[in-house]
Design a protein around this ligand. Sequence first.
Ligand SMILES: *[C@@H]1O[C@H](CO)[C@@H](O)[C@H](O)[C@H]1NC(C)=O
Ligand SMILES: *[C@@H]1O[C@H](CO)[C@@H](O)[C@H](O)[C@H]1NC(C)=O
Ligand SMILES: *[C@@H]1O[C@H](CO)[C@@H](O)[C@H](O)[C@H]1NC(C)=O
Length: 469
Amino acid sequence: MASPPLYFFLLFLSVVSAVKLPLSAFSHHTDQLVPTDPYLHLRRLADSSIARAQQLKQPSSIKPNEDALSASSAAVVKSPLTPKSYGGYSVSLSFGTPPQTIHFVFDTGSSLVWFPCTSRYICSGCNFPGLDPTRIPRFVPKASSSSRVIGCQNPKCKFLFGPNVKCRGCNPNAHNCTVACPPYILQYGLGSTAGILLSEKLNFADLTVPDFVVGCSILSTRTPTGIAGFGRGRESLPSQMNLKRFSYCLVSRRFDDTKVSTDLDLDTGSGHKTGSKTPGLSYTPFRNNPNVSNSAFLEYYYLNLRRIFVGRKRVKIPYKFLAPRPDGNGGSIVDSGSTFTFMERPVFELVAEEFAAQMSNYSREVKLEKITGLGPCFSISGKGSMTVPELTFEFKGGAKMELPLSNYFTLVGGVDNVCLTVVSDNTVSSTGGRSGPAIILGSFQQQNYHVEYDLENDRFGFAKKKCSP
Ligand SMILES: *[C@@H]1O[C@H](CO)[C@@H](O)[C@H](O)[C@H]1NC(C)=O
Ligand SMILES: *[C@@H]1O[C@H](CO)[C@@H](O)[C@H](O)[C@H]1NC(C)=O
Ligand SMILES: *[C@@H]1O[C@H](CO)[C@@H](O)[C@H](O)[C@H]1NC(C)=O
């Protein structure tokens, strides 16, 4: 018999390659779920992550990319980012004259910026933990001298409604129509919002952006606050401000409403040389979705995810899931508006099975998986330490995201059980196939990373970093 080939040894090595971690690796998480029902809260976050994935996968609205906007002046402007109990991160922005400061969900998976608006704003199904739906802060256009309703013939109306927007009662040849841009309705995971577009002043400490298109929502469902869209659409904040790059560092979350914040840096371009890399960051190019007729897919930040490792073992994910196919479906995106990372069922099963295989010393807690919507879950009761394989995402160009334990496992119910913080679902589209991105990298997996969206050079940069001040 011939001697075993080299890969045999590599395979053998892979079996023993795992990180052994004291339970204190979770220390900052141990108090995270004490006050409320821990299972219920995780369940909610898992459900909202799945609903979010379903919406990203089958978006309804059509949004074209057109019309250039003038560049702004100053270099880097900052805005605080804060983790919230509803699962997202909140960014505060200041609109109007005089300025009114409003909190938004920071969302790289959608593009419109909108706020709860007018004293008549209604939010139904908005009983989120730590939030009183009758007291959601709103923007009051009447109190701002710079608020203007966007007209139907204003080119910015097309940001949302496309080049063929219907302006009822307007003579298309006379450009003096006073009809407003039509109301919008947007879907977000389980929630939705409706309102009209305003032109407003967006104020930062050293920079004012005039004529910023912002949604004035008067009716929403299941959305805790307004949403600041940082996607690739024309109406997004980075597009309207013509940002060269933006970056953030998400503080480790406990699903509470801490006051701790970090900076969201918005780089308008005069602060660095074109093409320069931020020291210490690993980069991978963004990827375009080949289906240019599906404008929703053009809003997402697709990554070139090449490999997923559990320990040293490469999980053999078919390429059709990693990269978008010619019809635009499949592929991996990064999304700050999803809490837990989503993987389509076939991908999820491969990853979950590999964790289960390498963690066979621990008893599997299937019941807990059903309750929380996360999985696989394991009992670590009575163990002083646990051995967990590392979870690594490798991108085109070799950039590797070797996740810290607390970015992919969470303690559940005190310190007796842990669950992988990845979700999946069982839906297939009406045509029987799976639509939209197959893998969505959520904010939970981005904690304690310095993350940069380099729009100018069309690439994604990241590095591990302790984000808490
Ligand atoms: C719009 O302009 C046309 C001529 O171009 C004029 O006849 C019409 O009265 C104007 N309408 C308004 C509402 O100003
Ligand atoms: C692009 O996406 C749209 C909408 O999802 C779909 O109808 C169309 O068939 C896709 N185009 C191609 C070339 O597959
Ligand atoms: C798992 O079991 C194997 C074999 O029984 C043992 O060598 C290894 O140390 C165990 N690992 C842990 C973390 O208990």
